[in-house]
Write a protein that binds this ligand. Sequence first.
Ligand SMILES: [Zn+2]
Length: 267
Amino acid sequence: MVTAEGEWNVPLIAQFLPADSLLQVVGMPPPKENLGEDTFVWGLEPKGGFSLKSAYQLAADIDGEDGHTSWRKIWRWPGPSRVRHFLWIAAHGALLTNEERRRRHLTATSSCARCKADSEDAEHVFRLCPFANQVWELALPQAAHPHDTRPFKDWFMSYLASPENQVRFGFVFWFLWRSRNDLIFSDIAEAPNKLTQKILAWEVIAQKSQAADNVISLGRSGSRRDVAVGWRPAPTDWLTVNSDGSLIRPSGSTAAGGCFETGRVAC
Ligand SMILES: [Zn+2]
């Protein structure tokens, strides 16, 4: 890896490493025999020894200015857990965009299937693609580019933590990704206004189900009052039943179930 003159053999190294890694290597002084044998060194400690504390700090820095805060912002997102998981994956750059697939040698082209831009990375899918931009303009205009030009990660994390906009922001993300996959894998091209209608509908459903988790309505129609509830065992001489049902409209399929409880034992 080193020439007879003691310099990095750049053409040789370039055969094995991608350009960004090559630049990192040639940015370091080449090894010299008079400096002794190679050895393992942990660069985050002055004496070169590994420490859990510095490794922990590194992990937090990789996750952003404050790794804990980013983590909590996402896990506190008040919507369906599958969308929350998706946002977590998106925040860690782990979505298989075409740029990411090309980087992993899974495809030869990284272009956007929708607008044919050269590189479909996460910022393109969720922000810069004209399609995404139209959806933002309809669903959450203040977040649309170029009204908000903050760096991608700052933009993402700040809206995700915004009490007024976080639910809608998360759903826009989720539906932009689903729509992108529908186009690529099922050849379904949905119009921005149709997708926005879905986003707004899901936001309402999520907010209602969130409220329903904590509140039930009592009384006849017109005289209802909402009461906050929580689970507690029924009194010993009582029998309680928890029930639920659902209907799938197109097929008419229905299902219902219940659970009787005596106060001590559910059956
Ligand atoms: Zn595009």
